[in-house]
Design a protein around this ligand. Structure first.
Ligand SMILES: Nc1nc2c(ncn2[C@@H]2O[C@H](COP(=O)(O)OP(=O)(O)OP(=O)(O)O)[C@@H](O)[C@H]2O)c(=O)[nH]1
Ligand SMILES: [Mg+2]
Length: 185
């Protein structure tokens, strides 16, 4: 299958990147999950039975009919190199973030800084905030993203388990499809 580009999902451990790849993928997802030790170390119990250790690949057909690979990356800190290798090859990058915990906004700043410093242009980035409390504002997240130069970066609330939410994020990340290459690669 030839894809016209790929959209990669990055963000903290356990936020829902793999869940989002599965929710949106039209084809079987090729997975590289392994039993999680990070969850045990962090909390003393398993919060999540497995964690991504390599990449996982799904496939999504955009509303204009173009097939794109959707690539989930590992969230654990020790996989920085995997993220670095994937981002420059991406048509778009989606940063998935937790919306509800104490360090949520700091996380938004640190991850945005990491992605933009790696050379991903702001025009290729979108931010998806999960688990927002009812009535909670996206403004602190938008402000955090702006701080690091991403003033045109779309910031959306999204549940990675809900296909329509993930599709909205993908569409925003490709600027309504405008950044999808027009020739097959
Ligand atoms: N309640 C609730 N659960 C969610 C939400 N979003 C994701 N989850 C759950 O959180 C878990 C996320 O797990 P994964 O999809 O494996 O996370 P990941 O980002 O791929 O994790 P790593 O690859 O280990 O970095 C899944 O069990 C989801 O069902 C949400 O908005 N609300
Ligand atoms: Mg994963």
């Amino acid at each position: 299958m030839t894809h016209r580009g790929q959209i990669s999902f990055v963000g903290p451990f356990g936020v829902g990147k793999t869940t989002a790849v599965r929710a949106v993928s039209d084809a079987d997802v090729v997975e590289t999950e392994a039993r999680s030790t990070a969850a045990v170390l962090k909390t003393g119990k398993h919060t999540k039975p497995s964690s991504t250790v390599g990449l996982e690949y799904g496939e999504w057909k955009s509303p204009s009919g173009v097939r794109l690979a959707v690539v989930g990356t590992p969230g654990q800190a020790r996989f920085d190199e995997v993220r670095r290798s994937v981002m420059p090859r991406s048509t778009a990058v989606v940063l998935w973030l937790f919306g509800h915990h104490a360090e949520a906004v700091l996380d938004a700043e640190l991850w945005t800084q990491f992605i933009l410093e790696e050379g991903v242009p702001a025009r290729k980035l979108a931010v998806a905030v999960t688990r927002l409390e009812p009535g909670a504002s996206l403004e602190p997240f938008e402000a955090a993203v702006r701080t690091y130069g991403g003033d045109k970066v779309p910031v959306l609330a999204a549940d990675p388990r809900v296909r329509a939410d993930v599709e909205a994020v993908l569409i925003a990340s490709t600027r309504g499809g405008r950044s999808i290459p027009v020739t097959a690669s």
